[in-house]
Ligand binder design. Structure first.
Ligand code: ZN
Length: 357
């Protein structure tokens, strides 16, 4: 691949798999710590930077528990949720992402976080209030930065079934405010997709789509992918990093037109793969699988969508036409309306056309 990173940054891009709590930058975290009542030992922005560097050095488990613990502690009020969502759109703007589907799990933001001795807020927020707070920030960001976003409401799969059902109901009630899908995220090794089948069944007769993390980590990757498709009726799969190795799975996702939200940089960062070639994006593209490239937790892991595409391109020898195809796939697999998808595709075609990179 002979495209530079700055050329990729300038290209219009789409991100379909991006967690709100995985993308706060240091300035924002510092600002929120300052105005919060959490007991964080660091005093300066440099202390905060070092704190995250140390966490990363201690390994991914520490980063997940401590890092996300700190971040979610800062996202326990309506005001902060709106701010974080607004700043997320600024992050998209900086990386020239023209459309993104942002996901988050309201169960971690009810005002009851106990990480870092966060003092409980007077009022526990319900799921709809939490969702509306995030939507308010996204909508304001859309206006200010000229970027379209949509929201996916996740169930963090360690939640009890009843909690999952309540989240699904809240997501359905918020379709009219801009929620487009129900998602299933976090630890698939200990909490397989069938645990939340009932919650997903509630969406079957609604306009909500379904995006399910499956085939990311654990020993049941194949099984979780099949269950997510056949029982939870996934419209898209998050990660599904093994799919290129199974021709029957390739056939299944093609037959049902299921989008694959590949997140190679995240898989590398967590250590789930040793090389980006293991995902075999080239083969998936050749076989016309609706695969796209996404960032997952860019702020937390320390990269951008541009970095993700650039590093994949370099290691897996992805050429310019293949990058274009990945972006068109993202538009096609998005949860936008037909005319909105067409507008995105036109924009991509127009920008990429004539570029002799
Ligand atoms: Zn994810």
């Amino acid at each position: 691949m002979n495209i530079t990173k700055s050329e990729i940054r300038k290209l219009p891009k789409i991100d379909l798999h991006r967690h709100l709590d995985g993308d706060l930058n240091l300035d924002l975290i510092y600002k929120l710590i300052k105005k919060s009542n959490i007991k964080f030992t660091g005093k300066t922005k440099k202390d905060l930077k070092n704190y995250f560097i140390n966490l990363k050095n201690k390994g991914v488990v520490n980063l997940f528990q401590e890092g996300f613990g700190l971040i979610t502690s800062l996202m326990q009020t309506s005001e902060n949720l709106t701010t974080v969502a607004y700043e997320e759109v600024r992050n998209l703007y900086k990386d020239n992402i023209i459309y993104a589907e942002i996901q988050f799990a309201p169960q971690y933001h009810t005002g009851e976080s106990t990480y870092y001795n966060h003092e409980k807020t007077d009022k526990k927020m319900d799921y709809e209030e939490i969702i509306k707070s995030v939507l308010a920030g996204l909508k304001k960001g859309e206006k200010d930065f000229g970027i379209k976003t949509n929201l996916i409401i996740d169930i963090g799969r360690e939640a009890k079934q009843e909690v999952g059902i309540e989240i699904a109901k809240a997501a359905i009630n918020c379709i009219k405010y801009g929620v487009v899908a129900l998602g299933l995220a976090t630890n698939e090794a200990d909490f397989p997709p069938e645990l939340h089948k009932q919650a997903f069944q509630l969406t079957f007769d609604t306009e909500l789509k379904r995006s399910i993390h499956a085939g990311e980590f654990g020993k049941q990757l194949y099984k979780n992918i099949v269950t997510s498709i056949n029982e939870l009726k996934a419209d898209r799969l998050g990660h599904a990093r093994i799919i290129a190795h199974y021709n029957d799975l390739i056939q299944l996702v093609k037959e049902k037109i299921i989008g694959i939200e590949s997140c190679p940089e995240s898989n590398m960062f967590i250590g789930l793969i040793k090389s980006r070639n293991e995902i075999n994006i080239k083969k998936l593209l050749k076989q016309d699988v609706l695969v796209s490239i996404n960032s997952d937790d860019p702020g937390m892991f320390g990269y951008t969508l541009t970095d993700t595409i650039y590093r994949l391109g370099k290691e897996s020898k992805i050429n310019f036409n293949e990058i274009k195809k990945l972006e068109i796939n993202a538009a096609l697999a998005s949860f936008l309306r037909h005319n909105e998808k067409q507008a995105l595709i036109e924009k991509i075609n127009k920008t990429y056309k004539g570029l002799s990179l």
